[in-house]
Design a protein around this ligand. Sequence first.
Ligand code: EPZ
Length: 423
Amino acid sequence: MAKFIIKGGAELAGEISVKGAKNAVLPIMCATILAKGEFILNNVPNLSDVSTMVKLLEYLGLKVEKLNNDTYKIINNGLTSVEAPYELVSEMRASFTITGPLIGKEKRAKVAMPGGCALGARAVDQHLRAFEKMGVQVNTEHGFVNLDGNNLTGAEVDVEVTKLKIPSVGATENVMMAAVLASGQTIINNAAKEPEIVDLGNFLIKMGAKIEGLGSDKIIIIGVKELQACEYEIMPDRIEAGTYIIMSLITGGKVKIKNVNLSDLPGFIAKLEEMGVKFTQEENLLSVRGNINELKNTKIETAVHPGFPTDLQPQMMVLLSLIAGASEVNETIFSNRFMLVPELDRMGAEIVVDERVANIKGEIKFSGAKVTATDIRAGVSLVLAALIADNTTEINNIHFIERGYEDLVSRLKLLGANIERVD
Ligand code: EPZ
C-alpha cells in the first residue's frame, strides 16, 4: 500500500490553488444522466473519486473524455443500464446520488445500498422516504434498492434526518435530480443549504430546469418535459480551501491561497477571526495571518451550512492542539468522526473523546510517528501535523487522502515541504 513520508519542520512559502469542489462535481456528474447530448465540465479536480464516478457513468452507457487537465466531455446518447453495482457504490457513497437522476430520466433504478464508512452508519432512509412521497415504489433486497418511478410525481417532501434534526445533503441532491423531470411541482422542506447544493442547482437551471430557493431551506422545483446538455464550471472546493488556510497558519503564514470564496465558509472564517486570525484577499490571492502563540483557544460545534463544516473538524483539531489552553470540539453531524484522535495522539496530541465531544489539550509539540489515514479529512489532517512535527512521519492508507486532494505531494513540494510518496 502506498504511503507518504514527511520530514517535518520546513517553513512553507508560496502559492497553492484550490481546485474544483469534489462535493459539487460528483452530483453534477450524476446529473448528466438527465439529458442527451454533449456536456463540457470545467474546473474538474483530478481525484480518485472523480475517476470512480467516471467508471459509474461509463457503466451506465455514457461516454466520458478527458479533454485536458481539468476539463471533461460527457456524451449522453442514452443509457444502456439503470443499475449501479455494489463494487462502485461501496467504493464511494456519493455514487448513491445516481439514484435521483436515474428515476427522473429512466423512471427506474437498481442501486446498491451504500455500506457504512469510517464516519459511521451512512443511512439513506431520508432519500427513500422522499422518493416514496413522489410516488416511487421502493423495495430493498439482497443489498440493492429497486425503485419503480413510473408514477413519479412532484410532491412536498422533507429531507430532515429525524434523529439529528438536520437536513441531508445527499437526500436534497437526489430529490432535486428526480424532481426536475417529474410531472408537477416538488417542494423540498428542510433542504440542505450547502454551497455544493447551490452549484448543482445552478447546473440544473443551466440545463433548463425550473428551480427556486437554492441556498434556503425550502427548494421549489417545477418539473419540465426535457432538459438540455450544457457547459459548466465547477465551484472551487471550500473544504480544500479551509484545509490550506489551516496549513498556512501552522507553517508560518507564508503560504497564500488562490481561488478561495470566503463567503462559502462563513462559520469557519468567523471562528478563526474570533480566535485572532486575520485574512486579506487581493486579486484572488488570500493571505492568512495569525501567530500561533497569540491565537485564542475555543469551543467548536460542527453544524450544517452556514455553521462550522464537519469536513473541517479534523483539520481544526491539529490547530487547536498547538494553541495555549484547552479547547473543545463537539461533532454533531457524524456518529464516529474522531478516528483522527488516536492517530494524532500517537504524534503527541493529548485529546480525550467523550461520545460526541473531544477535549483538546493545547500547546503540545507534534513528533513524527507511523500513522494511518481512516478517511479523507482525517488523512489530510495527519499531513498537516506531519508538516510541523519534529523528525519523520509515515502515513499509511493514503488512498483516502487522494480521494479528496489532487496531486498533494507535488504541490506541497513546490511550497518547500519535505514529502515523498512511496509504494
Ligand atoms: C455529504 O455527505 C458530503 N459528501 C460529506 O463530505 C459531508 O461531510 C456531509 O455531506 C455533511 O456535510 C458528499 O457531498 C459527497 P448527509 P452526505 O446525507 O450527503 C445521516 C467529505 O469528506 N443521514 O448530509 O452523505 C448520515 O448518516 C465527505 O468530503 C441519515 O441518517 O451527508 C450522517 O450522519 C465526508 N439518513 C448525516 O445524516 C439519510 O437518509 C449527514 O448525512 C441521510 C443521512
